[in-house]
Design a protein around this ligand. Sequence first.
Ligand code: NAP
Length: 248
Amino acid sequence: MSLSGKVALVTGATSGIGRATAELLAERGAHVVVSGRDAERGAEAVRQIRDAGGVADFAGAELSGAADARALVRAAEELLGPVDILVNNAAIAVFGATASIAEDDFDACYAINVKVPFFLVGAVAPGMAARGGGVIVNVSTMVASFGTAGSAVYASSKAALELLTKSWAAEFGPHKVRVNAVAPGPTRTEGTTGQYGAERLAALGAQAPARRVAEAREIAETIGFLVGDQAGFVHGAILPADGGRTAV
Ligand SMILES: NC(=O)c1ccc[n+]([C@@H]2O[C@H](COP(=O)([O-])OP(=O)(O)OC[C@H]3O[C@@H](n4cnc5c(N)ncnc54)[C@H](OP(=O)(O)O)[C@@H]3O)[C@@H](O)[C@H]2O)c1
């Protein structure tokens, strides 16, 4: 389980699943670059990791394209060294009827959910390969696997991320860089609590065999599995962590 001394860059680590993942990877010995927009919550996440004996630094970034992605990788490397583990977690959800979606919202959703992971991988994967290997985990969603009215923009952006996961497994797997994705179901985070409210989130959770919402730590554990050597033969997988929702 040890990730001792490995440098992990986690996007969207100031909140929810990303923050829980940053904490879990640090507990396993990784040196974690906590990234996000909110410097205050970034500092709090770093403080919590350090108080628990871990190693972490904050790299603030408002990400929307190739230049920001490359700048974030440079910042991460200056803070803690070359990136061994990348978790593409930062995302936004744009919901609504297709005819009601503003072009700017469509572009913002595809920028952070698709374009930024694309250019982050382009910035880190060749270096991982040159140093003998690395791990990338993309955070998708269960709604990338089935149609739901009102989720077209968000769900299709994550479906693109899932196909990128497989494309990158083909491209980088032969160079010892494993690329996988986790596809969570409804999870209690700052983002979902604000967007849905507790009641609607609970109703979504109740649709799955598990009959409940996930805690962010449970999704982080799934990401931690994909990062670790136990998953050494897992390449290009989209691992559902959705209480069984997509299985039934
Ligand atoms: N929670 C769920 O039910 C659920 C279900 C399925 C999939 N997911 C996926 O899981 C991931 C995390 O979800 P969550 O609910 O934990 O999210 P969240 O609480 O809303 O947090 C989102 C994180 O992404 C960062 N972020 C958003 N836009 C950004 C941008 N343009 N540049 C840089 N950072 C940006 C935020 O930074 P700041 O807060 O610092 O602004 C924050 O750290 C996402 O990929 C989401 O699609 C979540």
